[in-house]
Design a protein. Structure first.
Length: 248
């Protein structure tokens, strides 16, 4: 049996997280001692492993609770699914590592790199997910409608939309020396805003939140850094100017 302190150290989570999981009924201790301490046995450890694996796949806690709480929940089947999903992540991350290495050599002048090469390893699914994630703090129906809209496009149309989005970011990189408030940059921000209509139509506050996420969300920030180390911050500053001008 493991105490909260022992299990938190073993699993790499905080005691507060274990207490929270207990409170919401996601992970109950195997037993509670006379001293009020929580104790966790092997079944609880296996359940915590499942929870953490699903968290790695970015599933909300409510969804995880429904999955692992089913009477017909198959631990072995779930582990195989986790393995398959993680292997896909490893493959994608390996491609991204190659892209990062090539970009570093390109910026150092050691190895030329095409515009296409800047985006090797970025999947369509990832681009779609990023475009939708910013909405999830607002209206779930908007998310579903946006998903339906994206899926209605042909493969050629999707490819064209993603290529257009990449072109906008490359043009923004080229415009960085002119400043976030320059007419050239602001015209590109308008292109970026118009491009959003392929997915959904954000209001001004949502636009500002998206740009803030480019800096504050480590996944967004890492991808923007691969294109240019100052692009995320430049986007945030440029969008801030864009929003402020339209709120006057």
């Amino acid at each position: 049996m493991f105490t909260v302190k022992q299990l938190s150290k073993l699993a790499g989570v905080t005691p507060r997280t274990l207490h929270h999981y207990d409170q919401i009924g996601l992970l109950k201790p195997t037993r509670i001692g006379g001293n009020g301490y929580r104790y966790y046995g092997e079944d609880a450890l296996l359940r915590l492993q499942q929870i953490l694996l699903y968290r790695e796949l970015d599933l909300p806690l409510d969804d995880i609770k429904k999955i692992v709480g089913r009477r017909d929940f198959d631990v072995l089947g779930a582990l195989q699914s986790h393995k398959d999903a993680l292997q896909k992540q490893v493959s994608r991350l390996n491609r991204l590592l190659v892209t990062v290495d090539n970009t570093i050599q390109h910026l150092k002048g050691e190895k030329p790199m095409s515009n296409q090469g800047l985006f090797e390893g970025f999947s369509e699914e990832q681009q779609e997910q990023y475009a939708l994630e910013a909405e999830q703090m607002y209206d779930p129906e908007t998310v579903r409608a946006s998903n339906r809209k994206w899926k209605s496009y042909s493969a050629a149309k999707k490819e064209s939309i993603l290529a257009e989005g990449k072109a906008i970011y490359l043009d923004l990189i080229a415009a960085m020396p002119k400043g976030a408030d320059s007419p050239e940059t602001q015209a590109l921000v308008q292109r970026w805003r118009d491009h959003m209509d392929y997915f959904w139509t954000p209001n001004l506050d949502q636009l500002a939140a998206i740009a803030e996420g480019y800096v504050s969300d480590p996944r967004f920030k890492a991808n923007f850094d691969q294109m240019h180390p100052q692009l995320a911050e430049f986007m945030r500053a440029a969008v801030k100017v864009y929003v402020a001008e339209r709120k006057k």
